[in-house]
Design a protein around this ligand. Structure first.
Ligand SMILES: NC(=O)c1ccc[n+]([C@@H]2O[C@H](COP(=O)([O-])OP(=O)(O)OC[C@H]3O[C@@H](n4cnc5c(N)ncnc54)[C@H](O)[C@@H]3O)[C@@H](O)[C@H]2O)c1
Length: 426
């Protein structure tokens, strides 16, 4: 058992803290947000994440997990300090590492001798080495341990990852960090600091590129009469390619892909290489939002003005409550700019804070669809797939559906009488 501090109780920090306690470590998790800590100390979690509440309650009951306000309180007896802090996009595309630097400055004078700072935040390449160079503690090591969890299945991803990447300045430090994960059965990729930091950006950029590729392919399928589902089945069976992340959609988004893509483009430019491929992928993603809008327009005689649109789904994907950089919101804003009247339903969104003011929230799918001229499925919530679409047809003013997630049964929708469009299916 090691004594561990986790700084930041967001999606990554809270998952890390709960999972490290679950595998037997003694964990103190800190955040500056007093409300969040109070909520956690009352046995509640501030986010929607499968299995997380159960693990938090298990950790607290076993007294292996506690929550405190402020990093300083958490670190004084910790041999390992995980940084799970936000690194949002700055105006110039670079990552803002202010929170990381601030916490390092705060904790480095007070952490125990030979402690290791383990950075899970996604930071520009070279950040961890420069942190190490600036702290005035020669006994403290800094390690890059990028996180690859997916929201919605964060706990499972943490406990059963494809790999654990550990970037360290020397092998012994890397091994001390690897030992923390001894209970987790996953290959350890032990590398240098810069390579670990690069792996994180490379992973997200590659995945975003894969999604944009398949979105482009769906457009080609529509034009040539091929079916994207059959095409991706054949494509994904090639083991060099793989079948995951080959699902067309309204564009990629979320709290990581957009900012990490922009950051890698900036990192490359700053280092003297113009990463034109990634710039084109970012542009293609913007076009994808526009394509969804164009599909809605095509079903409404090219005029969205004063049309009542029902938006099904607002979160950036299903099984999370995260609205950050959601493609659904991107599409909604474009629809609103064309004069559409928007009513949205999302099973995880019950408050209008955090969503654009043009969107009115409905309490149910039925309510959103009632009197609407067209519905857009923007998040792949199972509820939308399971719904009784035969019943909805009479609720709608016009039975038109743009399925931007390809989750409804195309044949059935057409047979029911909907004017239906999706992405690249025949
Ligand atoms: N969300 C994901 O799916 C995911 C996946 C992999 C990697 N990452 C990366 O992990 C990092 C954290 O992401 P996240 O989604 O967990 O962010 P988040 O915004 O959900 O959580 C960050 C937390 O840090 C807290 N915080 C901010 N400043 C602090 C300070 N000075 N002291 C203590 N706490 C402080 C905030 O209050 C917040 O609770 C980012 O770099 C992100 O890119 C995120």
């Amino acid at each position: 058992m090691s004594t561990v501090a986790v700084i930041g109780a967001g999606y990554v920090g809270l998952t890390t803290a709960a999972c490290l306690a679950h595998i037997g470590h003694n964990v103190t998790c800190a955040d500056i947000d007093e409300t969040k800590i109070a909520q956690l100390n009352n046995g509640k979690i501030p986010i929607h994440e499968a299995r997380l509440l159960e693990l938090v309650q298990e950790g607290t009951a076993k007294q292996l997990l506690k929550f405190v306000v402020g990093a300083q309180q958490a670190v004084t007896e910790s041999d390992f300090v995980f940084l799970c802090l936000p690194t949002p996009q700055r105006g110039d595309g670079r990552a803002d590492i202010g929170a990381v630097l601030e916490v390092v400055e705060e904790i480095s004078p007070i952490i125990p001798p030979r402690a290791i700072i383990i950075n899970k935040s996604t930071v520009p390449i070279g950040t961890n080495a420069s942190i190490h160079a600036t702290i005035e503690r020669s006994d403290i090591a800094v390690v890059s341990n990028p996180e690859f969890l997916r929201e919605g299945v964060a706990v499972t991803d943490f406990l059963q990852p494809d790999r654990i990447v550990i970037g360290a300045m020397d092998e012994e430090t890397g091994e001390r960090v690897a030992a923390l994960y001894a209970e987790i059965n996953a290959p350890i990729v032990q590398v240098d600091l810069a390579s670990a930091e690069t792996i994180k950006y490379a992973t997200n950029s590659f995945l975003a590129t894969k999604v944009s590729f398949v979105n482009g392919l769906a457009a080609v399928c529509e034009a040539v009469g091929a079916d994207i589902e059959l095409v991706t089945r054949g494509l994904g069976s090639d083991q060099r390619i793989g079948s995951r992340f080959l699902q067309p959609g309204p564009g990629w988004g979320g709290s990581c892909f957009p900012k990490d893509m922009q950051a890698l483009v900036r990192i490359a430019t700053d280092a003297g290489y113009e990463f034109d491929l990634l710039k084109a992928v970012i542009e293609a993603n913007e076009q994808q939002f526009d394509r969804i809008v164009a599909k809605a327009e095509a079903l409404l005689d090219q005029d969205l003005s004063e049309k009542n649109l029902a938006l099904l789904g607002l979160t950036f994907k299903a099984h999370t409550d995260d609205l950050r950089n959601s493609p659904a919101i991107e599409v909604a804003q474009r629809l609103a700019a064309k004069g559409a009247i928007l009513t949205a339903y999302d099973p995880m969104v019950t408050s209008e804070s955090g969503i654009p003011q043009e969107i009115r929230l409905a309490a149910s799918m039925e309510q959103a669809l009632t009197d609407s001229d067209l519905a857009l499925v923007l998040t792949e919530w199972p509820e939308f797939t399971r719904a009784n679409w035969a019943r909805f047809i009479s609720l709608m003013e016009g039975p038109r559906v743009v399925d931007a997630r390809n989750v409804l049964d195309r044949k059935e929708m057409v047979e029911l009488g909907y004017l239906y469009d999706d992405l690249g299916r025949t």
